[in-house]
Write a protein that binds this ligand. Structure first.
Ligand code: FES
Length: 140
């Protein structure tokens, strides 16, 4: 390998390391093109059937209408805005600690959406929930 070939290979390798996580990890949503974080949904009022699917078992969760809804146990459900307040990545529910975690840069939020640590500087918005039979109402 001559000098020119060496720098061509090193240059290409270094450039590939600089690809932003948002481009290389397309499965993770990031902030919008103008860099703003999606705002927390307003005017929320919808219902979910918890008799089947992710909310049928403790520690299960799903995302609907920009809100992450989690089942802590058979009588306690949580609902907070799904977009991390740092750069908008969808957070996950961590049942073992009853918290929400952002997989992008590691921010953590309590079960009520209060910021615990990480680069996010503000809380997730908490929504009201009420359970009637197998119908869970999520509302603001
Ligand atoms: S987008 Fe969540 S911590 Fe950065």
């Amino acid at each position: 390998m001559n000098r020119k070939e060496f720098f061509a290979r090193v240059g290409f390798g270094a450039a590939s390391l600089l690809v932003p996580a948002c481009i290389s990890g397309l499965a993770i949503s990031c902030s919008s093109e103008d860099g703003s974080v999606p705002s927390a949904p307003t005017g929320v009022d919808f219902t979910l059937d918890i008799s089947s699917g992710a909310l049928a078992t403790d520690k299960g969760y799903l995302v609907k209408n920009g809100i992450i809804i989690a089942r802590e146990n058979s009588t306690t459900f949580l609902a907070v805005s799904a977009a991390c307040t740092h750069e908008g990545t969808t957070v996950n529910y961590v049942g073992s600690s009853n918290t929400f975690h952002c997989p992008n840069h590691g921010s953590n939020f309590s079960s009520t959406g209060t910021r615990i640590d990480g680069p996010a500087s503000t809380n997730l918005k908490q929504y009201n929930v009420s359970l009637t039979g197998n119908t869970l109402r999520v509302y603001s």
